[in-house]
Design a protein around this ligand. Structure first.
Ligand SMILES: C[S@@+](CC[C@H](N)C(=O)[O-])C[C@H]1O[C@@H](n2cnc3c(N)ncnc32)[C@H](O)[C@@H]1O
Length: 315
């Protein structure tokens, strides 16, 4: 059970091929022209009103994670592939059958639901009530079950250890300090069986990587089309914090809404990641992969590492 629930701000995820600096399409200027973040959910008015049938664009600043259905649409396509990869990891790196799994920072629960559908006894933990509410509703629609817990991924204890745990698409980078990252890994270790694995996906800064850029992608769902843009507003290698703006252009029922949010993520290069892992005597690094989620394609942690998936075995 989660012992504590503290407020945390949203984060930005990483779909299989997005948020890679290598794929950045545009380099914004270093200055952040956006000013401070207006209050959540407050409409800022409209733009783009023109003659003819062009719809009015409603603009609002929101918490991205408070809109789980729109958040997850951008990542749904890749979800079965990620789940299949997790199963391949279990098979390859765990000596006992994996039946009980935990996702930390599960958000809308796209992976929680997929793992539950595949028959795993699944638990999801997140700080965001809206995301958990949405996940519960979708599980009911699917006729599946998972345990959902509101809690902080730096402070939780479930009492019964899991066979495997995972932390997807940069959620880990929401932890802005080394102390928080260590606490998270310690919590994972205390909630895992010996020989169980923790699968951690995060973006690393490659040594020649472009720190600035905008990543764009789009997705269509039931009566809705969304264009996403993720722009680096500020990137400080001293404090190791990057600030990003996520914009969702949502077209639904003939209306267009442009929602935006700002998120902060901790930066890691390979040496910083290795230095963190060296502190964690409870884990052995048994596999490195990338965001292609291909179990046949083992990687090495190197100065060129970018979108990285670590498999850490609990000792
Ligand atoms: C990028 S989303 C990822 C959601 C999901 N894992 C996925 O792959 O779609 C990150 C999630 O982490 C949650 N989060 C951020 N910091 C957290 C913390 N300290 N404890 C628990 N959840 C946290 C956010 O509420 C958000 O739902």
């Amino acid at each position: 059970m989660a012992k504590k629930s503290t407020k945390v701000q949203s984060l930005r995820p990483e779909p299989t091929a997005t948020l890679s600096r290598k794929s950045a399409t545009k380099s914004p200027s270093k200055t952040n022209g956006s000013g401070t973040k207006p209050s959540h959910g407050k409409a800022r008015g409209s733009e783009g009103k023109s003659a003819g049938s062009k719809p009015k664009v409603e603009e609002a600043v929101v918490n991205w994670y408070d809109h789980p259905e729109w958040y997850e649409l951008g990542f749904l396509k890749e979800t079965p592939k990620e789940a299949k990869f997790l199963e391949a990891v279990f098979k390859k790196h765990v000596k006992f059958p994996v039946t009980r799994v935990l996702e930390v920072g599960c958000g809308s629960g796209r992976l929680v639901r997929e793992m539950a559908r595949r028959g795993y006894e699944t638990t999801g933990l997140d700080l965001n009530s809206e995301a958990l509410k949405y996940c519960k509703k979708k599980l009911q629609e699917d006729g599946c079950h998972a345990d959902l817990v509101k809690g902080d991924m730096t402070d939780f204890w479930f009492g019964k250890p899991f066979d495997a745990a995972f932390n997807a698409i940069n959620t880990f980078r929401h932890l802005e300090t080394e102390e928080a990252a260590v606490k998270h890994l310690e919590c994972i270790a205390s909630n895992l069986k010996t020989g169980g694995v923790f699968v951690l996906s995060l973006h690393l800064i490659p040594h020649d990587g472009d720190l600035w850029g905008t990543e764009r992608w789009s997705a269509k769902g039931d009566g809705v089309a969304i264009r996403y843009a993720l722009t680096v507003l500020d990137c400080d290698i001293e404090t190791r914090i990057e600030r990003l703006r996520i914009t969702m252009n949502v077209e639904q029922d003939g209306r267009v809404s442009r929602l935006s949010d700002e998120i902060r993520l901790r930066l890691y290069n390979v040496d910083q990641l290795k230095s963190l892992l060296a502190k964690m005597k409870q884990f052995e690094l048994v596999g490195v992969y990338d965001f292609w989620f291909d179990i046949q394609q083992r990687q090495r942690l190197s100065r060129n590492s970018c979108d990285t998936v670590l498999v850490l075995k609990k000792l």
